[in-house]
Design a protein around this ligand. Structure first.
Ligand SMILES: [Zn+2]
Length: 309
């Protein structure tokens, strides 16, 4: 079965003033590996639309959106959020609008087509962006925008969001905490940036704080014990994935020891769940992943499972 691959050239225009790990070359590294790994023929490419203000307002405050729009700097200048590490250049707003728009399109495509999986190769990432703030390289919460679209426009009542980025999806949790229509599962290194999630008490949030040096065996065990039974019981009508690959052994952004086979296993679990509960409907969206080679290889195996299953 082919998978929709949604991206847009605008996502590569968002760039920091100097070297920064969240760089346009990440998308190029993915493209290269899709060709090298033989996955490319299994993909159906689509261009990401711009998200609309109405779509953003379902998860972000108007004041935050207004501030981002008003704060687009002139050519050659940058504004920053979150103490300086989350940058906004002249093309950043448009890139963020494409990134969120990609997930909207992904949700529309998998709910309306016979091809039920999609991957959004977009940046900036989104899972650290909350209702009224951007941080951790994230401006709009792309996955949350997609989930709200599925709930409000498509009328779904149960959407699962699974976030396996090495950082806690604090923004997604902020947006959907105590919203019983969403089951949010986030695994992350703890203690670590953004220093949230370990003590969350909310029935619809299943956080897995894991120590540094967590390897594939430990992650699999935690997922099997904590996530899979809850996801089966939830019976999602759609699965959204915050696919961050910065827990890879070769990625020095954090200290997990995952390898491609672990992402393959995880993807198979999620795809299996989607097959049992929602006709295989799954939309995955890129979050972190900063070692270019490991990122490309990990996305390729992720897509291989989604596209060839
Ligand atoms: Zn991350």
């Amino acid at each position: 079965m082919k998978t929709f691959f949604i991206s847009h050239p605008d996502c590569a225009l968002h760039r920091a003033p100097s070297s920064h790990p969240e760089c346009p070359e990440r998308l190029a590294a993915i493209d290269d590996q899709l060709i090298a790994s033989g996955v490319e023929p299994w993909l159906r490419h689509r261009e990401a639309p711009l998200v609309t203000r109405e779509q953003l307002l379902r998860v972000h405050d108007a004041e935050y959106i207004d501030a981002l729009e008003a704060g687009v700097p002139e050519t050659g200048r940058w504004a920053t959020l979150d103490g300086g590490d989350t940058y906004v250049g002249e093309h950043s707003l448009k890139a963020a609008q494409r990134a969120a728009g990609a997930v909207i399109l992904g949700v529309d495509l998998v709910l309306e087509n016979s091809t039920h999986t999609a991957f959004c190769a977009v940046r900036p990432p989104g899972h650290h962006a909350g209702r009224d703030y951007g941080m951790g390289f994230c401006l709009f919460n792309n996955v949350a925008v997609g989930a709200a679209h599925a709930l409000e426009v498509h009328g779904l009542s149960r959407v699962a969001i699974v976030d396996f980025d090495v950082h806690h999806g604090n923004g997604t949790e902020d947006i959907f905490r105590d919203d019983g229509r969403v089951l949010f599962c986030s695994s992350f290194q703890h203690p670590f940036y953004p220093h949230t999630g370990a003590d969350t008490r909310s029935e619809n949030v299943l956080n897995l704080p894991l120590p540094r040096d967590t390897d594939g065996a430990a992650l699999r065990s935690a997922v099997e014990q904590r996530w899979l039974p809850a996801l089966e019981a939830f019976q999602p009508e759609l699965i959204l994935v915050s696919a961050g690959f910065d827990g890879h052994l070769e990625d020095d952004m954090a200290n997990f020891r995952l390898v491609e086979a672990d992402y393959e296993w995880l993807t198979r679990q999620l795809y299996g769940l989607a097959g049992r509960h929602c006709e295989g409907r799954l939309v995955s969206t890129l979050e972190g992943g900063y070692n270019l080679s490991a990122l490309g290889r990990s996305v390729a195996i992720h897509l291989k499972v989604l596209a060839e299953s």
